[in-house]
Design a protein. Structure first.
Length: 628
């Protein structure tokens, strides 16, 4: 069932099957010789009970380590764990053919058909038989006590291996005549694998189980009681086990939903204390409790494993991609494929100069607060954060699956990010900290996406000219701007509004780039905005136009948004009158607004100075006049 693989040392690459207990050390007398000068002569014990492995230090000088944690007491080891003795490392793994149990397990199968004609058979789902009706009050009380013992043995157990052992321990307490027991899992006789074994008062032996009995018990979902008084049960070549057994019970593990999980068997060699029909009835009742415990433990372990796998993937993959890997829709092997998607870059303008005058812990705290505001804007629009590059963020949409809305979602995220900065900066100012101003760039195009690196360490990322172009556009973006390429604007098919920027000469580009400062995006019958303005010299930002052409604005709490006309404060299009506001309502405060107030306004010019119209106005300024 198990084997140990030498990962280092003179025996590196050798595979040692585990067929019983092993004593590991540098002495040639050890059953597992470890030729390592840093290992003790008799360093470590590896104990095999037929179903599980336990590793225990044997009083060594340098200690035994499992996954680089020094052992202070025996621990269960499982496939994938690494045991270290001195400088020698051994990995635990299952044998390549887990169903070939003869190779390394005390379990085996007899394939001859077994005679069950004289056996007592009880359907697991039907225990209201004459047996149950004949139980007197004292016997019933004893059984209730026994069932309580089984239930208590399985309380608060969340590891399948512990559940398996606890079931047998509880049954041995309920049935004091039991000398051996085993639990196997699988829904057919051909898929059964041992999970726990227990012996009392008898030495190790090879337990050979009748496959035909297992098959009948599983298929019929019925328990079988065999006694040596039943002539056919223990005939040579047909016995349920090959050892000297006088009585045995074989019970399938079946949940209340009739799901078959495996087989339980306990037996005894004492003919004076053979199991009875009443014992079988009790064992069947206990098996239902045991089946529920096994099922719950496995569900919990499966959920824990899935959660652990998801958390590990999220360390290396963007959230949506991690989900695709878990669902089997994405291969995480090294290599890449070509995709069409939209890439976003953002960074904090002047961050290096700002951080030079701050303590390191203050810088880390500020960046965590910043990323805590920006990342949700990306993920809310189903984007994937590729990486953080200092204060910069790289994200993408439409890769590896593009439903046709990648560019629209990316633009929406970009505007939301700039609006989220308003609330963050209001909190920064209240705390006496500097404002953080970001520039954002987007581009749509063909990229190569995949896992880059080596087998031991890789990351999912994007490569290609479209990525480089997005980065070049972001480098040109000023405070509060979302600059998009013509390819991105074309992709959103007339839903975007903004100002056409001067031609952008970008590094490694033969021709200047056509770039638009995105200020508005149609979402259904509303328009998402990021339009900074002033009213009587005070700052206000329009963040949304509703279906009735009214707008929502964010501004300071001691500010009258209706004190005069709104004048644009756009880096690329300043000084344009956007209309005069009439207050409709002061809206409920949202946590993301920080110290700002959210007002519902009616503007005299719903087109906002022709900004939300069919034609893109052209910026009257040069790049040099629009300092970052």
């Amino acid at each position: 069932m198990y084997e140990l693989v030498f990962l280092s040392g003179p025996r590196a690459g050798e595979v040692v099957p585990v067929r019983g207990n092993l004593l590991a050390g540098r002495s040639p007398d050890c059953s597992l010789e470890v030729p390592d000068p840093n290992a003790s002569r008799k360093h470590t014990q590896v104990l095999f009970d037929g179903t599980s492995l336990t590793c225990a230090d044997n009083g060594s000088s340098n200690g035994t380590f499992v996954n680089e944690i020094r052992l202070t007491q025996p621990v269960l080891v499982k496939p994938g764990d690494v045991i270290r003795l001195g400088e020698t490392r051994l990995r635990v793994q299952r044998q390549a053919s887990p169903n070939s149990m003869h190779a390394s397990s005390i379990f085996g199968f007899k394939d001859q058909d077994a005679d069950i004609s004289n056996s007592i058979v009880m359907a697991v789902g039907d225990r209201d038989s004459a047996v149950r009706k004949s139980i007197n009050a004292d016997a019933l009380a004893a059984r209730l006590t026994a069932i309580n013992k089984v239930s208590k043995a399985l309380e608060a157990i969340d590891h399948p291996e512990i559940v398996h052992r606890s079931i047998l321990e509880a049954l041995f307490e309920v049935f004091p005549q039991a000398e051996r027991g085993f639990l196997m899992q699988g829904d057919t006789a051909d898929t059964l694998e041992p999970r726990a074994v227990k012996q009392r008062g008898r030495g190790d032996g090879n337990l050979t189980v009748s496959k035909s009995i297992c098959r009948k018990a599983l298929e019929a979902k019925s328990a079988f009681l065999f006694n040596d008084q039943n002539a056919g049960d223990f005939d040579q070549g047909m016995s349920i086990v090959s050892l000297r057994i006088r009585s045995a019970m074989t019970i399938p593990l079946v949940t209340s939903g009739e799901k078959v999980l495996g087989i339980l068997q306990i037996d005894t060699g004492d003919p004076a204390r053979a199991f009875t029909a009443e014992d079988l009835d009790l064992a069947v009742t206990a098996s239902r409790i045991a089946a529920a415990a096994v099922n719950n433990a496995e569900l919990l372990a499966s959920n824990d494993k899935l959660s652990s796998t998801r958390n590990n993937l999220l360390r290396f993959l963007p959230g949506p991609l991690a989900e695709q890997v878990l669902s089997g829709n994405l291969d995480i092997a090294l290599g890449g494929k070509t995709y069409q998607g939209t890439i976003l870059f953002s960074d904090i303008i002047g961050f290096t100069r700002m951080s030079e005058n701050m303590p390191p812990d203050a810088v880390i705290g500020m960046m965590n607060e910043y990323f805590g505001r920006m990342v949700p804007c990306i993920e809310h629009e189903s984007g994937s954060v590729d990486k953080f590059i200092g204060d910069a963020i790289m994200a993408f949409w439409g890769i590896p699956f593009n439903k046709g809305d990648a560019a629209n979602a990316a633009c929406h995220a970009g505007l939301n990010m700039q609006n989220a900065m308003l609330g963050l900066n209001s909190v920064q100012r209240q705390a006496g900290k500097p404002d953080l101003m970001t520039g954002i760039g987007l581009n749509t195009g063909t990229v190569v996406a995949g896992n880059i690196g080596v087998a031991q360490r890789s990351e999912y990322t994007l490569l290609g000219d479209a990525v480089n172009t997005a980065s070049r556009i972001e480098h040109a973006a000023g405070r509060g701007q979302v600059l998009v390429s013509k390819a991105t604007l074309d992709e959103i098919k007339g839903a975007g509004f903004g100002i056409r920027m001067p031609p952008l000469n970008a590094k490694n580009k033969a021709e200047p780039l056509v770039v638009i400062s995105l200020r508005a995006l149609k979402i259904g019958d509303e328009v998402v905005l990021h339009i900074p303005a002033t009213v009587a010299g005070q700052s206000i930002t329009l963040i949304r136009r509703l279906s009735d052409l009214s707008v929502i604005a964010l501004h300071g709490s001691d500010f009258d948004p209706c004190a005069g006309p709104l004048i644009s404060a756009l880096t690329e299009w300043p000084g344009i009158e956007l209309g005069t506001a009439t207050l409709i309502d002061v809206m409920s405060h949202q946590a993301s607004d920080g110290t700002l107030v959210r007002s519902h306004l009616r503007l005299s010019d719903p087109s906002l100075g022709q900004l939300i119209s069919g034609e893109l106005p052209v910026s009257p300024l040069s790049w040099e006049q629009m300092a970052r």
